[in-house]
Ligand binder design. Sequence first.
Ligand code: FDA
Length: 392
Amino acid sequence: MDQFDVVVIGAGAAGMMCAIEAGKRGRSVLILDHAAAPGEKIRISGGGRCNFTNLHAAPANYISGNPSFCISALRRYTQRDFIALVESYRIAYHEKTLGQLFCDGSSRQIVDLLLTEMKRHGVELSLRTSVEQVEKTPDGFRLRLSNGEAQCRSLVIATGGKSIPKMGATGFGYDVAAQFGVSVTETRPALVPLTLEPNMLERLKPLAGVAVDAVAACGKTRFPEAMLFTHRGLSGPAILQISSYWREGAEITLTMLPGTDVFEALRAARAQNGRQALHTALSALLPKRLAQVVAETENVTGNLADLSDKTLRRIDEAINQWRFKPAGSEGYRTAEVTLGGVDTRELDSKTMEAKSVPGLFFIGEVVDVTGWLGGYNFQWAWSSGWSAGQAV
Ligand code: FDA
C-alpha cells in the first residue's frame, strides 16, 4: 500500500494546481487520472490557445447558490498571480477581447507549465488510473485503485463536471460527495448552444453560419456579444453566456442591432428611396441572408413606400426585441461547463475542505461555482486549487 500525505483525483486544471501547491509545502502528493493524458480540457480549450484567465475576473462573474463563496479563493490567488506564473515561463499571450487572455502559441504550453511545476515539486502522476473504492480511515482515506492501493491524510476531488463525456467527464465527484453525505445542488449543462423548435429551425435554416453582434437577455441578465445561427439553433458567445441563466420554458430576447433605432433607419430609407424592397434596405444594416429571412418571416412584400409606420415598428421589434422560447440546449455533449455541483454551504470557502468530513476537499468545476465564458472557469480552477493546496 502506497502512503501519501495527499491524493488528488483528477489531473485537470484545478487538480494540478492543488498538487503543485501541496508539493511546494513539502507534502508527498499523488495525482491520478483515468485519462491517458493530463489536462485534456486545457489542451482543447480556447480553440487550442487556452483562454487561461480574465483580466477582470471578480466574484460577479460567477454563478453559485452562494455568490459570495468564491470571494476568498479568488482574492487569495488572483488572475495576476496566474499571469505572473505564465510570464515566469515566458509564455507569450494576448488579450483577445473583454479581458480574455489567450496563449499566442498553444494551450499545450499551459499543460507543460503545470507538468513542469508538478515535477519540480515532487508530485507523482499516475495516468490511466481509476478509483474503484474510497474508504474513510481514522486518520485519512484508503483508496482501491485499478493499479493498486493508496492511503492518504487528505483527499482532493478535482474530477470536474459532466460536460463532454466523450473526453472522460464522469459524475465521480458527485458520487464521492453522496458517499460522504455532502450535498450536491442540481446540475445542468451551461455555456451551451440552445436549440429551437422544428418550425422555427426550418425557417431559420438558411441562416446557418450567419453571425451578428447582438445582446442576448434572459430576465434581467444580458450579454452584449456575438451570436451565431447554426443548423441546430443558436450559438456564439452571447448565447453561451445567456444559456447559463436560461431555464426550460423561459423566454430569451435578442437585440440583433444594438444601438440602432431600426424604425428610424427604415423611415429614413423610405424617405430617401421608397422604391427599394424591405430586405434591400435591411441589408444595409444586417447580413443579407438575415435581412431576407426577417422580411420573409414578417411576411412583408412590396416597396418600402408601401409600408406603414406600424409595419416598420413591427420590423424593428422583430430585429431588436426578438423574443422566443428555446426548445432546449445541446446538453452535456457540447456544454463547456456544468452548472451546480457540490453545495458550497458544505465547504470551507478558504480551504475547500468539507466541513463535515475533515481531510476531504472539492475543487474546480465539481463545486457549485460556475464562471462566465472568457477565462473565468480556469481562474476558478486555479484559485480553488491553490486554496486547497495551502490546506491539505
Ligand atoms: P477538468 O475537467 O479540467 O479535469 C477533471 C479531470 O478529472 C480530467 O482530467 C478527467 O479525466 C478526470 N476525471 C474525471 N473523472 C475521473 C474519475 N472517475 N477518475 C479519475 N479521473 C477522473 N474555461 C476557460 O476558463 N477558458 C477556456 O478557454 C475554456 N475553454 C473550454 C473549451 C471546451 C471545449 C470545454 C469543454 C471547456 C472549456 N472551459 C474553458 C472550461 C474549463 O475547461 C473547465 O472549467 C476546467 O477544465 C475545469 O477544471 P477542473 O480541473 O475542475 O476539471
